[in-house]
Design a protein. Sequence first.
Length: 106
Amino acid sequence: MGEPAIERPRDHRAPLDRSGAERIAHTLRALADPTRLQVLSVIAQSPIGEVTVGALAESLELTQPTVTHHVRILVGEGVLVREQRGRQVWLSLAPDRRDDVNDLLR
């Protein structure tokens, strides 16, 4: 006799369509860089939920142009929010992506 079937809870979401799969793949390519993951990690761990580009560069021991390059990609992908305040640029996780980023970094 065979083993009894194990019932698993089913996710009620529909399978990904091509457009959804391409959108996720594009986001994953943007995140699949060690420096960008570090950028997200520093911002996610910030006690105030945001950091300046200068603080990021210092924390990661990178130049500001290098950090700016990676930030531009993450902002373009909608993962980060960039806010100019006077002469400083502040970065935070996009509110609608915060949970996803925190899950990814666990």
